[in-house]
Design a protein around this ligand. Structure first.
Ligand SMILES: [Zn+2]
Length: 192
């Protein structure tokens, strides 16, 4: 008798449309994934303020640290919560504004050709096992769809904007992530 597993429940990310995106340059080859980390306010691991920032509805008065974020127009394609729940804000064909001024192996403007995945986290707390598993599953699904994304082309925001960006930071264990990536059997993630 069929029953819904955890994998079934999280198969389709919740889609929350962000206006912080536009068209990619014509004919661009999507061949890079950039991992990020975010918490709003810093050290708080719930979604509402992140969702508000990414959809242009952040209340600048909700926290003193939000004032400088007021006119920021940013979003990633995906956000992976501490529970492993995946949210999607921008369709993969569109250019999400996540990397800013950036350069990978001599190619500027990484937003043009990359996908951005934010993970809820900071520089103090370890990411959760569910985040390693679900970020890996999402990456494997994206790698199937975009064959030029190799394991070596999944990198951090700090790699494409060194000195300017710290994320995903010291708590993100790349070796653990690569093991997770190698262990995925049931990908089971769909996306727009
Ligand atoms: Zn970032």
């Amino acid at each position: 008798m069929p029953s819904s597993s955890v994998a079934d429940l999280i198969a389709a990310p919740q889609f929350i449309a962000s206006p912080h995106c536009d068209a990619r340059p014509p004919g661009v080859n999507i061949n890079l994934i950039i991992l990020h980390a975010i918490s709003l306010p810093s050290g708080e691991f719930s979604m509402p303020h992140v969702e508000a920032l990414f959809t242009g509805r952040l209340d600048a008065e909700a926290h003193p640290s939000f004032e400088i974020l007021q006119n920021l127009r940013v979003t990633a394609h995906f956000v992976v919560e501490r529970s492993g729940k995946i949210n999607q804000f921008v369709a993969v064909a569109e250019r999400a504004w996540h990397a800013g001024v950036s350069n990978w192996q001599g190619v500027q403007r990484c937003n043009d050709y990359s996908l951005g995945i934010e993970m809820i986290g900071d520089e103090s707390s370890p990411f959760t096992a569910a985040q390693y598993r679900e970020t890996a599953r999402l990456c494997r699904a994206l790698m199937l769809h975009f064959p030029d994304i190799s394991r070596e082309r999944i990198i951090g925001h700090s790699d494409v904007a060194p000195g300017r960006k710290w994320d995903p930071g010291v708590q993100w264990n790349w070796a653990h992530f690569h093991r997770s990536l190698g262990h995925i059997r049931n990908i089971g993630v769909t996306f727009r």
